[in-house]
Design a protein around this ligand. Sequence first.
Ligand SMILES: Nc1ncnc2c1ncn2[C@@H]1O[C@H](COP(=O)(O)OP(=O)(O)OP(=O)(O)O)[C@@H](O)[C@H]1O
Length: 271
Amino acid sequence: MNKSPASAPTREGLRGDRLTRRTDGRLILDGVGLRPVPGGITGLIGPNGSGKTTLLRLLSGVLPATSGVVTLDGEPLTAIKRREIARRVAVVEQQADTQVELTATDVVRLGRVPHRRVWAPPTARDEEAVREALARTRLSDRAHQPWHTLSGGERQRVQIARALAQQPGELLLDEPTNHLDIQHQLELLDLLTGLGPTTYIALHDLNLAAAYCDRVVVLDQGRVVTAGPPGEVLTEQLIADVYGVRATVHPATAADPRPYIRFLGTLGATR
Ligand SMILES: Nc1ncnc2c1ncn2[C@@H]1O[C@H](COP(=O)(O)OP(=O)(O)OP(=O)(O)O)[C@@H](O)[C@H]1O
């Protein structure tokens, strides 16, 4: 059968062009451009207040850009229905909380809501997606525990399970390793690797970014300073310029393609 390339679906994922966000007269994001790594992980890194969370909110459509455009598979986000975005884009925020009495499973089930008709009960497929997400985040034995009794790290993993149950094409995570011990940090990032969705992840830990991201975008004061593979971007000079910190970077090798950063101290007044 003759299948013309024009009929092939566009899978560009979430993309940002010249994104600017102004709040109360302050420029928080200034002309940010962002292109995804399809099926891969893009790390958003940068000092506190550099604009990572704001950028993720623009990408999820929660906040409007003051100027510039976010597109999902080539279509402006503003032209796509909220419910459709909810089906395709999953978000794990920094401090997700829930006020009502829910179990871990109830929270994960929320990930299926955009896939269901209003008021329709969960289908067998919904329940399977929930079970699988709990298993992948190693939470099966916490399934019936009330949310408010879970530890900080367990709550974080429940939020990630909710996002996985959503079976999204795009995944946005805001510092998801914050509450996790080292084992669960590594497990989470291993899980995200090769998961399927095109992922943007805000991360503070530069070594985790170096180890797990296909590409990193460095933000400083609302602007993109540089972007590219971690081995090219995370240099001693960049860390000095952006973070004001002295570091040695052990470069990537053929045997280990991940650069390793050792922090030596702040540059302080000598910067
Ligand atoms: N609603 C708002 N009103 C005023 N300023 C805001 C608002 N939201 C964010 N900002 C400011 O915008 C800047 C960027 O904030 P943002 O949370 O995006 O940074 P971040 O890189 O995620 O920071 P962190 O690493 O500390 O989480 C900060 O200086 C913040 O104070």
